[in-house]
Write a protein that binds this ligand. Structure first.
Ligand code: CUA
Length: 194
């Protein structure tokens, strides 16, 4: 007994049991590593927010989803592409089970485009591949995303939030067309559904 207590614990413990002070040291080291990782992540979150690289998926703007079709910005005649006085374009879309209204929108190339989109029922998603456009569409809120299309083409616009049995068939598209002459050849243009 006397000889075992005089030895360092590490040499007296059976195989597989780690001495207490080694456990303490390891735990302390990992605690510091975790604290450092947390600190780095906090710095990244705050810095990217301050520098404007990180922002919520949409502005916080509420709307009554039960009266979209009756009055206000999202009545049927106001949907689609509209040209603003400054030459930029606003596209208004309603997402509902299981379609986007309108199913196709045209926007001029190289022009600032603002998408305003809201849902009439469930949570939907609004995504344009290869662009910065990617947001949830939550009933009761208006999602707003700004972008600019650099080249002509057609973008598939799938719903990417599961919204029910018809989710897989819920999609629309954006057609990027040449800029027209001054004036507004794009006002509320909707293209044929294919
Ligand atoms: Cu709408 Cu999925």
């Amino acid at each position: 007994m006397a000889e075992s207590t005089s030895n360092p614990p590490s040499s007296t413990l059976p195989d597989g049991i780690v001495p207490e002070e080694v456990v303490d040291r390891t735990e302390k080291r990992w605690t510091m590593i975790m604290a450092a990782m947390l600190a780095i992540m906090m710095v990244v979150v705050v810095a990217s927010g301050v520098l404007g690289a990180l922002h919520p998926a949409s502005n916080v703007e509420v709307i009554d989803p039960t009266t979209l079709h009756l009055h206000g910005e999202f009545v049927e005649s106001n949907l689609g592409t509209a040209v603003e006085p400054d030459g930029s374009v606003t596209v208004r879309i309603i997402a509902e089970q299981y379609e986007f209204v309108p199913r196709c929108v045209q926007v001029p190339v190289g022009t600032p485009v603002k998408f305003r989109i809201t849902s009439a029922d469930a949570i939907h998603g609004f995504l344009l591949p290869d662009t910065n456009v990617n947001t949830m569409v939550v009933p009761g809120f208006v999602a707003e995303v700004r972008t600019r299309f650099a080249k002509l083409g057609e973008y598939l616009m799938p719903c990417h939030e599961f919204c029910g049995l018809g989710h897989h068939a819920m999609w629309a598209h954006v057609r990027v067309v040449p800029q027209g002459p001054p004036g507004n050849p794009f006002e509320r243009v909707t293209c044929a559904t294919q």
